[in-house]
Ligand binder design. Structure first.
Ligand code: FAD
Length: 303
């Protein structure tokens, strides 16, 4: 209920204005967002690398309104790959298709993604296409498959809350695609997604067991200790080496668990978002963590 309210509020321009101009909420957001500039994100990435962690950098933005905005986002990603290469960081890049114009024109969006993936490929690096709401799932899977026919330097994300995810995984694996498995962060109807957490979790473990022995390098993205323990247990039973997959977690979330996994010899990638357009990302993080929410809503209603 609280999660649904928060995800709904994330569509309100008035709430967005309040959150992004309020000192308290801006401070709260800094826990999840490395900063507004690439320099700040690079500094956070360097700190993670020094702690033995890999990184994925995300220049925040979604649902670009003009082709010029989408092209600007593409240019920012090209710059990120340059900086990663120049500064010898152990980092790749994550981006969203709606930031790159998917709402406007699929072919236009695909052209931008291809140019970023080719830059990734030139540096033997990797571009991950985040998965957005279910309205975009089919277009994302199709676009990723088409870009993969030009370069293998691109992969995507599958969400265990969607009923369709096993079919999508089989489809993408047939193209040799690297997949990040997550639970899913958007507001979805029960026509397309499991409404109960226990089913989402059950499906997560089921899908993890399809991905790990598939022969491709995948990301197990979760902060849930039960999902992590089950992955570790199952990989050990099947003699899947620790470096055949990686765990992934978000910047600022369960840093204790991040450190523990590194100490235990697992590969761990931290997803580091940065940029001005942090409001929707921040709202999704709050929706996952009801503890902060009552405080936030109370302050908004008083304002
Ligand atoms: C690297 C990475 C990339 C992702 N990419 C996508 C994507 O492309 N598309 C998409 O839909 N979703 C994405 N997500 C988000 C994901 O779908 C979940 O919404 C999010 O990870 C919370 O689920 P969980 O697996 O951590 O389990 P949960 O059961 O939600 O949480 C388990 C525990 O983790 C901790 N925790 C989880 N979230 C938070 C938080 N925000 N603040 C504080 N503590 C928290 C709490 O201790 C909680 O009890 C990504 C997540 C990660 C880690």
């Amino acid at each position: 209920m609280l999660r649904a309210t928060l995800l709904k509020l994330s569509e309100s321009p008035r709430f967005a204005k309040w959150v992004t101009t309020n000192g308290m909420t801006r401070g709260m957001a800094r826990r999840f967002v490395a900063g507004e500039t690439l320099d700040e994100a690079i500094a956070a990435a360097r700190a993670c690398n020094n702690a033995g962690m890999l990184v994925s950098l995300d220049y925040l933005g979604e649902n670009s309104a003009t082709t010029a905005d989408a092209q600007k986002a593409r240019d920012s990603y090209l710059e990120v790959f340059e900086r990663i290469e120049r500064e010898k960081l152990h980092a790749n890049v994550s981006c969203k298709l709606t930031q790159l114009g998917l709402d406007m024109n699929v072919e236009f969006c695909e052209g931008l993604v291809l140019s970023i993936a080719e830059r990734a490929s030139a540096y033997e690096n990797f571009l991950r296409i985040d998965m957005e709401g279910s309205l975009y799932t089919q277009r994302t899977v199709d676009l990723v498959k088409r870009v993969r026919s030009h370069t293998p330097a691109v992969g995507t994300v599958i969400q265990s809350y969607l009923y369709r995810s096993e079919t999508d995984i089989q489809d993408l694996l047939a193209y040799g695609c690297r997949i990040r498995l997550c639970k899913g962060a958007y507001k979805e109807s029960q026509d397309v997604a499991y409404p109960h957490k226990k089913d989402v979790d059950f499906n997560y473990v089921r899908l993890m067991k399809i991905l790990l022995p598939s022969g491709f390098y995948h990301g197990i993205a979760t902060h849930d200790p039960r999902m992590i323990a089950e992955t570790i247990r199952w990989a050990a039973t099947k003699h899947i080496p620790k470096d055949d997959f990686e765990f992934q977690m978000l910047y600022g979330v369960r840093t204790d668990l991040q450190r523990r996994l590194v100490k235990d010899g697992y590969r761990l990638r931290v997803y580091i978002p940065y940029g001005n357009d942090w409001f929707p990302y921040f709202m999704r993080r709050l929706a996952e963590r009801p503890a902060n929410v009552a405080f936030l809503v109370r302050n908004f209603l008083r304002s």
